[in-house]
Design a protein around this ligand. Structure first.
Ligand SMILES: [Zn+2]
Length: 193
């Protein structure tokens, strides 16, 4: 468990430093087993990921019971529903990173670039808007997540992985491909270069 909590704190600070999250936005969680029971460790609400410490991480069981002091992220339902649905997901990172979220607020989809292995679908999947923190968002996202990333329309990015560090790398990669797509599109708009 200690390593789980430490990796959440490390990932939180990394996301902030890399400007994938700002202010008090974004949340990070990881699943671990305690005597065969699934426990979710998640960042707290109302504390910036920049400042989050190991003692701030909140433990929650699959029924949503809070096992430690503190209040979990307002997106706890989103994280829980994905862990319940996807047995191979052990880490989740949710960001509002600027370029990917810019796409989420537009009518454009993010194209897959290199790094996704064999490309079957040309675009990253996205999910219609539901109120952040709502049960409906949690339910729809768990159903819609076919691969390891989902773009939440008018909201942000949901990246998952076999562990939280993998989910973090994916969130960073998604931001980068969105930025590349934005730049190439902008350059193509002008013939003056
Ligand atoms: Zn959000």
């Amino acid at each position: 468990m200690d390593d789980t909590v430490k990796s959440i704190v490390d990932v939180s600070k990394y996301l902030f430093e890399r400007k994938l999250v700002s202010g008090k936005a974004g949340n990070v969680s990881s699943r671990f087993k305690n005597k065969e029971i699934d426990i979710i460790a998640i960042t707290p609400t109302m504390i910036s990921l920049k400042n989050v410490k190991e003692e701030d991480i909140v433990l929650v069981d699959f029924d949503g019971n809070i096992l430690t002091k503190g209040k979990p992220s307002s997106e706890i339902n989103l994280h829980l529903s994905i862990y319940k649905e996807k047995k191979n997901v052990n880490g989740i990172v949710h960001t509002h990173s600027p370029y990917a979220t810019g796409f989420a607020f537009s009518n454009k989809k993010i194209k897959r670039l290199e790094g996704f292995g064999k490309i079957k679908k040309p675009y990253l999947e996205d999910l219609d808007y539901e109120t952040p923190g709502s049960e409906k968002l949690a339910e729809n996202a768990a159903k819609a997540l076919n691969e390891d990333v989902l773009i939440l329309k008018k909201h942000g990015v949901l990246a998952t992985g076999n562990n939280v560090r993998e989910a973090c790398l994916l969130a960073e990669f998604i931001e980068d491909i969105a930025k590349t797509q934005f730049i190439s599109h902008t350059l193509n708009l002008s013939d003056s270069f």
